[in-house]
Design a protein around this ligand. Structure first.
Ligand code: BGC
Length: 745
């Protein structure tokens, strides 16, 4: 992100001396190389170009640029990361911006989507594709051609992770599939899409010093699996390596992760890009598989290292063939995504159309956590009095900070200084003190008034619990908005809501038995007041249309259908690491021991330890009720390749709604797998009284390996013979039907 540029003082002086405002001529011209001729295969086209390039031209393509000679100006179009093209060969500039929740980096006003976690909570792959489409179209409309999104880190390992909101949740299959649709949506707009941060960058505390320790089987079946699924099912062309070390080697010079798993086992053909400042060397990184260094050319161009790649080629420390392969991968990625054939050009975004998608995704992704006595939906026609309280609900809705921050269309409704948790500043935590808390301009108060025109709606800012309770006591219903700001570069100190907000809810609930709580937050929270309120709606960071979507959900114009993509623990004591591991000084590494939970991330940990969470993975209520019956299991003709699950889904209530039938698999006894793993799901909309026969295919062909475990001895995925149990339900802890099938012998 632009705000965090940390250029050393000496370089800053050079930049100033060279004149930052000088116009750059020619470097942003997109020309399709005539020399590529007719081949359409991206690898062939890339090779044809590599063959014509000088060594200097190749070196130009493998690192981003500081505003220094020979490019003494900031990147065009506000890109956060820029690799100038080569005009004589028709190679366009590479111009990138974040990020996962919409076009970020303050490139311009763009559609602030609900957080990616909200998209995952929709469990809806079509909506997820639209999510990516908005990002791709808007990235392109600002003249950019690389999108730095696709955060598939499995934060279920550390639910206090400040980047939880950017991710697809704790399950590798759900996160991988949702992210794959985001990436497809982006890349279909001729914008290179990618996954990040590879790998195991699952906490922000000390993120540049953390050594993630994990065994091979756990790694393959958890964090790496999320990357594998997302890449295989999207054809995304970029993988961003992370800040942390994995088993003793920095991620961006980790031969096992890059050459071994990613490029070797998975056959990834695109390029590996370093996270900002994540490069630790020139030759060792390049040889281990890093193909391009992001903006700040510390190593590859020799600014801050003894040996640049140019030196290494000259003295034989790195073969020319490796440089050729780096350049080949970058160019093939650009060809495969369509960057050459469909150059980005600046155009207005479809703000109204994209806002409608943002609203729709929030309406599908918000999760109804509690609804006692049918408190919700509220009646939009009633002449009731409603007290709206807290979280600047009169102005807008909160968004997540850091590089995923989007500057919303219409501008921020409110900007506040960062709320760094008390455990900051931390070594390795960069962003908190630079990021801002931004409220998107969609005030719930205004939307509630619009949806319920006969109601008397009053507002209290919630800073004084006594005054808020007084307002609530005089109203027929109180709606309390709570928030918790998350950002890259920090972890939350606790799982609870900050700033005395628990006391606010307690005071309001004591004054009014009809208290509804709406949460604007990044991830899992504890709720000490849960027993005293009648309803809770999890809206995540709800985006540019958040207020409207929340009002539609509260008043039943839309029936909630989101399901939690992460477990909400009952307390931090239930976590594998009750205290977040932290470095003891600003330098040196420290271990984060992921062997504690191994492959049991999130609900798998809770199930294996028989812990009762506050809310389970997959959980979410509706204004109607559903039944799941008639489970049928049909193994494929070769059972080891998968099975079909058939079931009957019925809407047994009185309003239309959608249910997510979730299929979990238990492995044969003795295989040391978690008690259950998600292997499939389907989301079905039904009118009241309607029912539908549905089928979920669980196929072992493909990237998610539903019936396999990673066998360390043979370094391969293996299907175990024995009896498998299939659980079907509407959350990980609410199984409605179960059956078994056998894989021979
Ligand atoms: C973040 C990345 C981001 C990059 C560029 C880094 O600090 O970790 O996720 O893509 O900045 O903004």
């Amino acid at each position: 992100m632009n705000l965090r540029v940390q250029i050393p003082a000496t370089l800053q002086l050079q930049v100033l001396a060279l004149g930052l405002g000088v116009a750059l001529s020619g470097c942003n011209t997109m020309v399709v190389g005539k020399s590529v001729g007719t081949p359409t295969d991206p690898d062939t086209r890339a090779d044809l170009l590599v063959d014509q390039m000088t060594e200097a031209e190749k070196l130009q393509l493998v690192h981003g640029n500081l505003p220094l000679p020979p490019y003494p100006v900031p990147p065009p179009h506000g890109a956060v990361y820029w690799v100038p093209g080569i005009t004589r060969l028709g190679i366009p500039d590479q111009l990138a911006a974040d990020g996962p929740a919409g076009l970020g980096d303050n490139v311009g006003q763009a559609t602030a989507l609900p957080s990616p976690l909200a998209s995952a909570a929709s469990w809806d792959l079509n909506e997820a594709y639209k999510y990516g489409q908005v990002i791709g179209l808007e990235t392109r409309a600002f003249g950019l051609n690389i999108s730095l999104g696709g955060n598939v880190n499995l934060i279920g390992r550390e639910p206090r992770d400040g980047r939880t909101f950017e991710t697809g949740g704790e399950d590798p299959f759900l996160s991988g599939e949702i992210n794959a649709r985001h990436l497809l949506g982006v890349q279909d707009q001729y914008v290179v899409a990618g996954v990040k941060h590879y790998a195991l960058n699952d906490q922000e505390t000390g993120r540049t010093q953390a050594d993630s320790v994990i065994d091979e089987r756990s790694e393959r079946e958890s964090d790496l699996l999320a990357f594998e699924v997302a890449l295989a099912d999207s054809n995304a062309q970029m993988t961003m390596c992370a800040y942390d070390l994995v088993n003793g080697a920095y991620s961006c010079q980790n031969d096992h992760l890059l050459n071994g798993v990613l490029k070797g086992d998975w056959g990834f053909k695109g390029f590996v890009l370093s996270d900002d400042y994540a490069t630790q060397s020139s030759v060792p990184a390049a040889v281990a598989g890093l193909d391009q260094e992001q903006s700040y050319g510390y190593y590859f161009d020799g600014i801050w290292t003894q040996e640049s790649l140019e030196d290494a080629l000259a003295n034989g420390d790195m073969p020319e063939s490796r440089l050729d392969n780096m350049v080949h991968r970058i160019l093939r990625a650009m060809y495969a995504a369509g960057v050459f054939d469909h150059p980005a050009s600046v155009a207005p975004i479809d703000a109204a159309g994209d806002a409608a998608i943002a609203r729709e995704i929030e309406e599908q992704g918000a999760v109804l956590l509690k609804n006692t006595g049918g408190q919700l939906p509220l009646n939009p026609s009633a002449a009731q009095s409603i007290a709206v309280i807290g979280s600047h609900a009169d102005l807008g809705v909160l968004s997540g900070g850091g590089s995923a921050q989007v500057t919303p269309v219409g501008g921020a409704a409110l900007t506040l200084p960062p709320a760094c948790p008390p455990n900051l500043p931390q070594p390795g935590g960069l962003a908190c003190t630079n990021a801002l808390q931004i409220y998107d301009p969609s005030p719930p108060l205004v939307a509630i008034r619009a949806v319920a025109p006969h109601a008397q709606v009053s507002y209290n800012d919630g800073t004084d619990p006594g005054a808020a309770a007084k307002l609530a006591a005089a109203a027929s219903v109180a709606i309390v908005f709570l928030n918790d700001w998350e950002s890259e570069g920090m972890d939350r100190a606790e799982l609870s809501f900050p700033n005395n907000q628990d006391a606010l809810v307690a005071a309001v609930a004591a004054a009014n038995p009809h208290t509804v709580v709406v949460l604007e937050n990044g991830g899992a929270h504890v709720m000490p007041w849960l027993g005293s309120v009648s309803a809770v709606l999890e809206s995540w960071y709800p985006g540019q249309q958040g207020g409207t979507a929340i009002a539609n959900l509260l008043f039943g114009i839309v029936n909630p259908s989101g399901k939690l993509p992460i477990t909400f623990p009952a307390s931090v004591s239930q976590l594998p690491r009750p205290a977040i591991p932290a470095p003891s000084s600003a330098t040196g590494t420290f271990d984060v021991d992921y062997t504690v939970e191994g492959l049991n991330v999130g609900y798998k940990w809770f199930e294996s330890k028989k812990l009762q969470p506050l809310f389970a993975f997959g959980y979410g209520l509706s204004y109607t009720s559903f039944s799941i019956s008639n489970l049928g299991l049909t193994p494929n003709s070769s059972p080891a390749t998968g099975f079909q699950v058939s079931l009957n889904l019925a809407n047994t209530g009185s309003v239309a709604g959608a249910e997510v039938a979730q299929v979990y698999l238990g492995f044969p006894v003795g295989i040391a797998e978690p008690p259950m793993r998600l292997v499939g799901w389907t989301k079905v909309s039904l009118q009241p009284g309607a029912q539908q026969a549905v089928t979920v295919s669980v196929n072992a062909i493909g990237s998610s390996h539903p019936l396999s475990y990673w066998d360390t001895g043979s370094s391969s995925w293996v299907v175990a013979p024995g009896d498998y149990t299939v659980f079907v339900g509407n959350s990980s802890d609410n199984v409605k039907q179960a059956g078994t099938f056998h894989v021979g012998p």
